[in-house]
Design a protein. Structure first.
Length: 109
């Protein structure tokens, strides 16, 4: 069974397949980390751009990162479509990271 078939597989069917479960675990770990990384970088850049001290923003976002990562990790297993999880994790992580990069460049000028 190919990766695309595993991604588009319904959750009820995927529970019986070890490869689908393994793929879901990998997506939850790696994708959740990527999204959380983007969330933290964008949050720090946003708060710093609004005049907050960098280290205060960093501490706040790193504390929030635990809650965000846990929520994303659990959602990866409860979502009915693994493809949706991959799109949200990859798109959100990439979008937030690029947004943080652009915001930092604008602030630092």
């Amino acid at each position: 069974m190919g990766a695309w078939q595993l991604l588009s597989m319904d959750l009820s069917i995927a529970k019986n397949r070890p490869a689908a479960l393994t793929l879901r675990v990998v997506v939850a770990l790696v994708g959740g980390y990527a999204f959380t990384w983007g969330f933290v970088t964008f949050g720090i850049a946003s708060l710093a751009a609004l005049g907050r001290d960098f280290h205060e923003a960093e501490m706040l976002l790193l504390l929030l990162a635990f809650v965000v990562y846990l929520g994303l990790f659990l959602w990866a297993f409860t979502a009915s479509s693994l493809m949706r999880v991959v799109v949200v994790f990859a798109g959100g992580g990439l979008g937030l990271t690029v947004g943080a990069w652009a915001l930092q460049r604008a602030v630092l000028g």
